[in-house]
Write a protein of this length. Structure first.
Length: 567
């Protein structure tokens, strides 16, 4: 019994480390990311009309549904504050998934190699800042990562042992991951290719191939098909032909800019379509955030897509975009592994071959990784960016090989100094943690605190019938006044006011100067009708000036003087 307890002690320590880091991050972060606001809006819509919400939103409904269930539990326990109860609900889902993912990484590495590899892999995974930061937020990435890694783990077991039950389990986990993010289907797709390959190479008898194909087809029909049938789409994320209001893709913008400036040697500068927001919200997401309790009307029938002429992109443009996408992908991977674990990963790849890992296992894992990389490059061609959280599946798949690299270093050190093996591995992880852990407790989302303070200040003094023009979703999320958004859907103050409620007086403007998507011309447009009355410094502004400025309409100031001459 004692031996069994000590066997799982490293895993327990890794989970406790992950819990500690997530708790520190959760306490230090004053709010959730902007993506969390979008997921809150989707969760509220799911509560009102699930079918309409799935058809309307680009984001898949898995995480918002879990967020809704968690929030309902929080509210049933007596905490009903708005929007804080939704924040607690979303963070609770991510927090638990972050801890469970440590256990899945441990099982994945143990079934791939052994317990020593599993212990090191779990400990490294527990201290990675990218994973812990997302696990302390309210985004879909860590719940998706949990399902994705579960599918990869069970798939590796199926590939190694030729067992059908793990294969069906891997397909089911991949299908659940698809309900959270579309790339969750990657494991299922690679499994289909693997089963077909086993049959074509006569490695499996046709009866086993038939049973495996039946299991995969059954899982697909039962768990995958309901979403496309209900939503009317496989996914609309990064797929312009599924969108009613199509924005030009990044490659199309570059091609158009190059055509307009044929004599310019400098590469044209365009704004990536995906850079304005982090989670690709639907065109009505801003209105939903501004009025989260508004009734969700059924979407209008989707008109048939207008045939678009096929574009011919130059080889140099495609090559430049491919190089930019690869550079962004490598940068995100280095950030995800915090640079210090990159050498261990490459050494681990060599050690994987030296340990004579079954070739079909190596082929399966590499196929999985290459498919995800190809999808991320597609995202770059369409949206012009790759976010670091997008590489979380690759980071999870890398953990066993990082651990192999640590053990290889341990072996080489032992050949020089006769030290106990466990001490070398522990010392290696301890030195690595000195580099990594300071980043794992860094506070996030502090730049939104002045926006929240400005919103509450306006709430305390606004007259009935007032509204707010803003370029931040946090105003509508934390406030109760009607808001109209300055952003991709309204690039000028006049356009934002035109999209607002005609019965509302938009007496205030909250402008987050220097924030992502900020346009300098807004300041001049605002000053024509408004006067600055309040200013808040951005606590994260270091390299560029960022602040939050509150403007009040000249008419509102005149009304206040008439009501109270002393003001």
């Amino acid at each position: 019994m004692v031996a069994t307890k000590s066997r799982y002690l490293p895993l327990l320590l890794a989970i406790l480390l992950a819990a500690l880091l997530q708790t520190i991050l959760l306490v230090r972060a004053p709010t959730i990311s902007a993506d969390g606001i979008i997921f809150t809006s989707i969760a509220r819509d799911l509560a009102r009309d699930p079918v309409a919400a799935m058809r309307q939103h680009d984001q898949h409904p898995g995480f918002p549904a879990a967020m809704l269930a968690s929030t309902r539990l929080v509210q049933a326990l007596g905490y009903r504050a708005e929007p804080e109860s939704w924040i607690v609900g979303g963070r609770a889902v991510c927090f638990v998934c972050g801890l469970l993912s440590v256990w899945v990484v441990w099982r994945f590495a143990r079934d791939l190699y052994d317990e020593r590899v599993a212990n090191i892999a779990a400990m490294v995974f527990a201290m990675l800042p990218l994973v812990r930061a997302n696990a302390a937020d309210a985004q879909s990435d860590v719940p998706h990562l949990l399902c994705y890694l579960t599918a990869a783990w069970l798939a590796v077991v199926a590939v190694k042992t030729d067992r059908l039950l793990p294969l069906a389990g891997a397909a089911a986990a991949s299908a659940i991951a698809y309900w959270i993010r579309p790339e969750g289907l990657e494991v299922l797709l690679v499994l289909v290719v693997f089963v077909a390959w086993q049959g074509l190479r006569h490695q499996w008898p046709w009866r086993r191939v038939g049973l495996a194909a039946t299991a995969l087809a059954g899982v697909t029909l039962l768990l995958v098909a309901p979403y496309p049938l209900v939503a009317g789409k496989i996914t609309s994320k990064q797929l312009p032909f599924f969108k009613q209001q199509v924005r030009p893709t990044f490659i199309a913008q570059l091609a158009e800019a190059a055509a307009e400036e044929p004599n310019s040697s400098a590469p044209p500068q365009v704004t990536p379509p995906g850079a304005a927001v982090q989670a690709e919200p639907s065109p009505v997401a801003a209105a939903e955030i501004a009025a989260p309790d508004a009734r969700l009307d059924p979407p209008a029938p989707t008109p048939p897509p207008t045939p678009q002429p096929l574009r011919r992109y130059s080889v140099s443009l495609i090559a430049r975009l491919a190089a930019g996408g690869l550079a962004g992908l490598i940068e995100c991977l280095c950030y995800g592994l915090r640079f210090v674990f990159i050498p261990f990963y490459f050494v681990g790849q060599w050690e994987m071959v030296r340990r004579r890992t079954p070739k079909r296992v190596i082929a399966f894992l590499w196929a999985l990784a290459l498919l995800h990389m190809a999808i991320l490059l597609w995202v770059y061609f369409v949206s012009g960016y790759i976010a670091s959280r997008h590489v979380l599946p690759l980071v999870g798949l890398a953990m066993p090989f990082v651990a192999l690299g640590v053990l290889y270093v341990e072996e080489k050190v032992m050949s020089v100094w006769p030290l106990p093996a466990p001490r070398i591995a522990v010392a290696t992880l301890a030195v690595s943690s000195l580099v990594v852990l300071p980043y794992a407790v860094r506070a996030y989302n502090r730049e939104f605190v002045p926006v929240i303070e400005a919103t509450r200040w306006i709430q305390s003094r606004a007259a009935p019938g007032s509204g707010i023009v803003c370029n931040s979703p946090y105003v509508g999320y934390y406030g109760t006044l009607p808001t109209t958004i300055l952003g991709p859907g309204a690039l000028s103050v006049e356009a934002a006011l035109a999209q607002g409620n005609p019965g509302v007086r938009y007496d205030y403007v909250v402008l987050h100067v220097g924030a992502h998507g900020y346009r300098p011309e807004w300041m001049a447009q605002i000053e024509q009708r408004y006067r600055p009355v309040r200013e808040y410094d951005d606590p994260t502004a270091v390299r560029r000036p960022r602040k939050v400025v509150v403007f009040e309409a000249v008419e509102a100031q005149a009304r206040r003087k008439l009501d109270d001459p002393r003001s």
